[in-house]
Design a protein around this ligand. Structure first.
Ligand code: NDP
Length: 306
């Protein structure tokens, strides 16, 4: 019998929640997660009678994945710091997630949980919705951490032409670039797949001057006192034709404010959060969530920043 029990890890605010069917999220810390807003709204609107529980897991990840399975948890999201670490505890990993090296969604199967990465398609959908195409774009990515891996893979999968990865630590940008240049996304139009170039933040002048799509994947901007990410030279950002900041809280980082000032189309990461959640829920419940419900959830998410 497993001595570790998943229900001991329910955060205080959810201790009294009862339901027919449970979904949840593993992470540390987890108190401020907005994911319950997404999944409980879907449950309420579609009368699914399921509840989404944040579980705060500080250690023994593998044991808690096992306990979640034994306790019948129907599906899980995985967030910081476990998106990579959870992989050994899964019975199977989807091909895209395997190539990214990170999983954010666990789907229950007869053999255990299967891992997916819905950040990738969530981000792609949020970008596409603005009318922007990745195909043939030259992209500047700022950051090479966990989330940047899904971003880089998305650029490759959807046919970006060139991607410059600028990071504070050059080795991480280099590793990501090498990994992505070696990765086959399985898309037919291989000739269109992006070529990746690692760039040290200090060496950004080596990037040819022209128009780029900017994707901001660092954690700079989360704190109120944060300035521009990595490059302080404002002129550098004039090269953007469009921009995404993965950060959604605050909704307007210094980077997004600068894009607004320059009149460059820019979105934050809230739609990415929305769609990664919707895609996960579609896996769990084998349903298709329409745009009307998606919009309703988005409006609810926005109220969390008043
Ligand atoms: P990681 O910790 O894995 O990576 C952080 C990145 O930021 C690295 O590139 C790191 O550089 C850089 N960085 C951090 N602090 C500094 C600093 N002081 N100076 C220069 N560079 C810095 O985080 P994630 O990749 O998981 O997440 C990044 C951001 O994306 C977060 O803000 C997160 O909120 C957001 N995110 C949004 C999602 C959404 O749904 N919208 C989903 C996932 C993430 P270095 O390599 O040198 O350390």
């Amino acid at each position: 019998m497993n001595s570790i029990n998943i229900w001991e890890k329910v955060i205080d605010d959810y201790k009294d929640v009862k339901s027919d069917r449970y979904l949840g999220i593993f992470g540390y810390p987890i108190k401020h997660t907005l994911s319950p807003v997404i999944h409980d709204t879907i449950s309420d609107e579609l009368s699914l009678k399921e509840r989404y529980i944040p579980f705060e897991i500080e250690e023994n990840l593998g044991e808690y994945v096992k306990s979640a399975y034994e306790n019948g948890i129907a599906g899980l999201n995985i967030t910081v710091p476990y998106k990579e670490k959870v992989i050994p505890y899964l019975c199977e990993v989807d091909e895209d997630a395997k190539k990214i090296g990170a999983v954010n969604t666990l789907v229950r199967t007869e053999k255990g949980y299967k891992g997916y990465n819905t950040d990738l398609e969530g981000l792609y959908r949020s970008i596409k919705e603005t009318g922007t195409e990745i195909k043939d774009k030259e992209v500047i990515m700022l950051g090479a951490g966990g989330a940047a891996r899904a971003v880089a893979y998305m650029c490759k999968k959807y046919g970006a032409k060139k991607v410059y990865i600028i990071n504070r630590s050059y080795e991480k940008a280099e590793k990501l670039a090498v990994d992505m240049n070696e990765t086959d996304t399985g898309m037919e139009e291989k000739k269109r797949e992006a070529i990746f170039f690692p760039v040290e933040a200090a060496g950004y002048n080596n990037i040819p001057t022209r128009k780029y799509m900017f994707i901001q994947c660092t954690s700079i901007g989360l704190k109120e006192e944060d300035g521009l990410p990595l490059i302080d030279d404002k002129n550098f950002y004039r090269q953007a034709v469009c921009a995404v900041d993965l950060i959604y809280n605050p909704q307007k980082t210094c980077f997004i404010k600068l894009m607004d000032e320059y009149g460059i189309k820019a979105i934050n990461g809230l739609k990415m959060l929305l769609y990664q959640g919707i895609i996960a829920n579609e896996y769990w419940n084998k349903i298709k969530i329409d745009n009307i419900l998606a919009e309703k959830i988005y409006k609810k998410l926005e109220t969390k920043f008043d």
